[in-house]
Design a protein around this ligand. Structure first.
Ligand code: HSE
Length: 342
């Protein structure tokens, strides 16, 4: 079955997804009967392109990697009109996160869902700010609003709690939710300078377009809000989550932690107390004997406290081109497999 994809945003995640789809085309076809064509791409830097029979992605990758505009299959349609009128059945919203208003991604998601197209997204804005509204439009139009890529890249979190852990009630989620800051803290402990290591995190594709979102804890706060509302059934706003980043952690603080056999981690947490859900993000000095202390680099880790299974911890990549591209693939495959079974 051919899945027709539209990619809104052709940055790190969009390119990562294209690389995976090409690399694994034969495997995905053999194992899941999965076939695809990318029919539309919209990107503010490279242009909007549409070909209902499939775009020339190899050429587009070459052009984008050379920082040149697309030259084939150009369309005059603006992004929302392109989403509404193209023949894609899955729209991947991969533009930059805006956790203040949600930005253009809100219109992109609404345009897709209201015209009967599934949304798969790594953009935290629509999920953190407008999840109930998006879910309702999706339900009303018989399509899915899939957000695995918004929390801890392709390491299964949303789908884990919705699938294998369904039936367990979760009372607490706690862990490392931001790859950039965990990478920075790891390298700073080795002696690297704050600005230098932030630059490397950007080059590696871990950091947000505006890395303030990472270092001030706003990215982790968006993820805490998503977990609180989607996994724990709360209805909190992003502003309800207390938030402190790592910008004030100095070399002296790092040395002080070391002297106490501990290290700094930026910890996100969601907890149910007396029926109410609370969220927070803050740096904590974690004893070296604690499992979270050993989670280094861009790796993330989350512990779910459940009623039936006790604590379950998942550790895995939380950022990166292929790792987030995989999150998109996993939701696309879930849609593909649900089409096959019904
Ligand atoms: N900037 C984010 C991080 C990317 O570093 O974790 C994934 O949301």
């Amino acid at each position: 079955m051919k899945n027709k994809l539209a990619l809104i945003g052709f940055g790190t995640v969009g390119k990562g997804l294209c690389e995976i789809l090409k690399m694994k085309q034969a495997y995905l076809n053999k194992k899941y009967g999965f076939d695809y064509s990318i029919v539309a791409v919209a990107d503010f830097a490279y242009g909007n392109v549409y070909n209902p029979d499939g775009l020339d992605i190899d050429q587009m990758m070459k052009e984008a990697n050379a920082k040149k505009k697309f030259t084939k299959d150009l369309t005059n349609l603006d992004t929302v009109s392109l989403i509404k009128t193209c023949n894609a059945d899955i729209v991947c919203e991969l533009t930059y996160t805006d956790l203040t208003t949600g930005g253009a991604a809100i219109d992109h998601c609404k345009a897709a869902l209201s015209t009967g197209k599934h949304i798969v997204t790594s953009n935290k804005g629509p999920a953190a700010l407008f999840y109930p509204e998006m879910k309702k439009i999706a339900d009303d139009h018989g399509v899915k609003f899939m957000i695995e890529g918004t929390v801890v890249a392709g390491t299964p979190i949303i789908n884990l709690t919705d699938g294998p852990l369904a039936g367990c009630e979760i009372s607490k989620i706690r862990g490392i939710l931001n790859g950039t800051t965990n990478y920075m803290l790891t390298e700073m402990e080795k002696g690297m300078d704050y600005a230098e290591v932030l630059k490397i995190a950007q080059e590696l594709g871990y950091a947000e377009a505006d890395p303030t979102g990472d270092v001030e804890g706003y990215d982790a706060r968006g993820k805490v809000t998503i977990l609180a509302n989607i996994v724990m059934g709360a209805s909190i706003k992003i502003s309800d989550v207390s938030c402190k980043g790592i910008t004030k952690i100095s070399k002296a603080d790092i040395a002080a932690a070391k002297a106490k056999n501990a290290r700094w981690k930026l910890i996100g947490s969601v907890e149910k107390k007396d029926g109410k859900v609370f969220g927070s993000v803050a740096p904590e000095m974690i004893d070296l004997s604690h499992p979270l202390a050993g989670v280094m680099g861009a790796t993330n880790a989350l512990t779910f406290t459940t009623d039936l299974m006790g604590d379950i911890t998942i550790v895995g990549p939380g950022a990166g081109k292929i790792q987030t591209g995989f999150a998109i693939l996993t939701d696309i495959l879930a849609i593909h497999r649900s089409k096959k079974c019904c």
